[in-house]
Design a protein around this ligand. Structure first.
Ligand SMILES: Nc1ncnc2c1ncn2[C@@H]1O[C@H](COP(=O)(O)OP(=O)(O)OP(=O)(O)O)[C@@H](O)[C@H]1O
Length: 215
């Protein structure tokens, strides 16, 4: 199990810091929420953690999984699971193909297909493997995106408003599913959200990012 540690993270645009230096420890299986005004740097913080910060933003500070510094690794080697508001499913693959894309374990084709089929069943999508993802509801698409991330066996989860575009019913169910999986797998999880009900459901520490530039 991993602990995700952020140590003195600073982000700057044109030399100006977006928010005061941030240090936080996220324990395995817990969800820490990140809230703050629009433009305070929430999404940029997640981008920094996974190594995809745009060149206009300068980032510094250490990111560790247990005692291993990951901020020096290329994005794909960090093994962080990302979920966004848009599920970003591949339109040229069916539902099973999208899930299979994430699958990290090797094995025969039949074993891999079996694993995908069990994963789909576990989130209430049994029998939908051959569907075009565009024909699924928003909540179903969000579940497919979650499976694709989880089967890649990430070491931590970074969530950027993944429930935002869902209607109330799907929102509550998908949120519960994501948090349950994070807990069950012991994944330290960082959730960016504008929604106080997400913060309550996350039931973990809250980081309130203060916009240093407009304070
Ligand atoms: N590629 C970029 N080049 C220059 N400035 C950028 C770039 N990307 C983001 N910014 C700026 O960085 C600041 C932080 O943006 P960011 O998207 O991280 O904020 P946020 O807190 O996630 O906002 P929101 O809640 O609206 O999603 C903003 O002022 C934004 O304009």
């Amino acid at each position: 199990m991993n602990t995700l540690t952020l140590d003195e993270i600073r982000l700057r645009i044109d030399g100006q810091e977006l928010f005061p230096p941030l240090s936080v420890r996220i324990e395995p299986g817990t969800v820490t929420s990140v809230v703050g005004a629009s433009g305070s740097g929430k999404s940029s913080l997640l981008k920094f953690l996974c190594g995809i910060l745009p060149p206009e933003i300068e980032g510094s500070g250490a990111v560790r999984l247990n005692d291993n510094e990951i901020s020096t690794l290329p994005p794909q080697a960090r093994r962080l699971g990302l979920l966004f508001q848009d599920p970003l499913l591949f339109p040229h693959l069916d539902v099973a193909g999208n899930v299979l894309f994430g699958l990290r374990t090797r094995g025969t084709r039949r074993e891999r297909q079996q694993q995908v089929s069990e994963a789909l069943t576990s989130v209430g999508l049994a029998g939908l493997g051959t569907r075009d993802p565009a024909t699924l509801s928003g909540g179903q698409q969000a579940r497919v995106a979650l499976l694709r991330v989880l089967l890649a066996e990430p070491r931590a989860l970074l969530l950027d408003e993944p429930f935002r575009s869902l209607d109330e019913d799907h929102r509550v169910k998908v949120r519960e599913l994501v948090f349950t999986e994070a807990r069950r797998r012991g994944l330290p999880t960082l959730l960016v959200t504008h929604d106080e009900s997400d913060v309550v459901a996350a039931a973990g520490p809250v980081i309130r990012l203060q916009d240093s530039r407009h304070a």
